[in-house]
Design a protein around this ligand. Structure first.
Ligand SMILES: C[S@@+](CC[C@H](N)C(=O)[O-])C[C@H]1O[C@@H](n2cnc3c(N)ncnc32)[C@H](O)[C@@H]1O
Length: 218
C-alpha cells in the first residue's frame, strides 16, 4: 500500500511539471509528454512542419487539437467512416453506416476553419497508405482499429512513409478488453520497437496513453 501511494505521488508530481517547463520536457531526448495534447508542440520543436497523417479520425476531436497548435503545412485525415462486421472490429467506434456519415460531416464542419491545410481521405488505413510516397511524411498518428493485427499492419504500412527523423506514433498504448473494445496496441508497438531497437516514449495519461517513436536521422 505504501509503495502504491509513493508511486501515485511521484506520478502526480511528474504530471504537474509546470507549464513553463513544457518546452524543456519536450525538447529532452527522449521527450516527456504529459499527454498526447503535447504532440503539436513536440512537432514544432522538432521542426516537423510538413505533412502529417492521422489514421482513425472519427469526430476529429484530436485533429482539432493538433491543428490548433501545429505549424505544419498539410494534415491528412484518414478514416473510412464505415460500419464493419461486428466480429471483425470490436470497438464502440464501429457504429451503423448512417451514424458514420453524420460523424464524417461533423468532422468536416469542425475542421473547416483550417481550410485547405486539411485533406479528408475516406479510405481504410491500408488502402490510404498506397497514396503516400515513401519518406514523404513528417509524422503519422495511428488511432484506427486497435486490435493487435490491425496495429501491427498499420505500423508496417506507414513506417516507410515517414521521413528519417520523423515521428511514428499512436493512441491507446494498452492491451486487453477495455470499455467494450479489443486492444493489442502495446503488444504490436513493443514488438516493433524491439525489432528496431529504437527508443519508445509513452505519454503520462493514467488511462489511454499514446506512444511515440522517432525514426533515426538518415
Ligand atoms: C478511436 S476512433 C479515432 C479517434 C480520434 N483519433 C480522436 O482521438 O479524436 C477510431 C476511428 O478509426 C476508424 N477506423 C476503423 N477502421 C479503420 C481502418 N481500417 N483504417 C482507418 N481508420 C479506421 C473508425 O471509423 C473510427 O472513426
Amino acid at each position: 500500500m505504501n509503495l502504491l501511494s509513493g508511486l501515485t505521488k511521484a506520478y502526480a508530481s511528474l504530471r504537474a511539471i509546470p507549464n513553463e517547463m513544457r518546452m524543456q520536457r519536450l525538447a529532452a531526448n527522449p521527450p516527456v509528454l504529459a499527454s498526447r495534447d503535447d504532440l503539436p508542440l513536440l512537432l514544432n520543436i522538432r521542426n516537423l512542419r510538413g505533412s502529417g497523417v492521422e489514421i482513425g479520425v472519427c469526430k476529429a476531436t484530436f485533429s482539432e487539437i493538433v491543428l490548433g497548435g501545429w505549424g505544419g503545412a498539410k494534415y491528412h485525415c484518414v478514416d473510412p467512416w464505415r460500419e464493419f462486421p461486428k466480429d471483425e472490429y470490436v470497438d464502440m467506434a464501429n457504429r451503423p453506416q448512417d451514424e458514420q456519415d453524420k460523424i464524417m460531416a461533423f468532422a468536416k464542419a469542425r475542421l473547416a476553419k483550417f481550410g485547405d491545410k486539411v485533406e479528408f481521405v475516406r479510405k481504410t488505413s491500408l488502402d490510404a497508405a498506397g497514396d503516400f510516397a515513401n519518406g514523404s511524411l513528417d509524422f503519422v498518428y495511428i488511432d484506427g482499429q486497435h486490435h493487435y493485427e490491425a496495429v501491427r499492419d498499420d505500423i508496417h504500412a506507414w513506417l516507410p512513409k515517414v521521413k528519417p527523423g520523423g515521428l511514428l506514433c499512436g493512441h491507446d498504448y494498452l492491451d486487453g478488453f477495455i470499455d467494450n473494445c479489443q486492444f493489442g496496441v502495446k503488444k504490436a508497438v513493443d514488438e516493433f520497437v524491439k525489432t528496431k531497437g529504437w527508443p519508445l516514449t509513452v505519454s503520462l495519461e493514467m488511462e489511454f496513453p499514446s506512444w511515440f517513436v522517432f525514426l533515426p536521422q538518415a
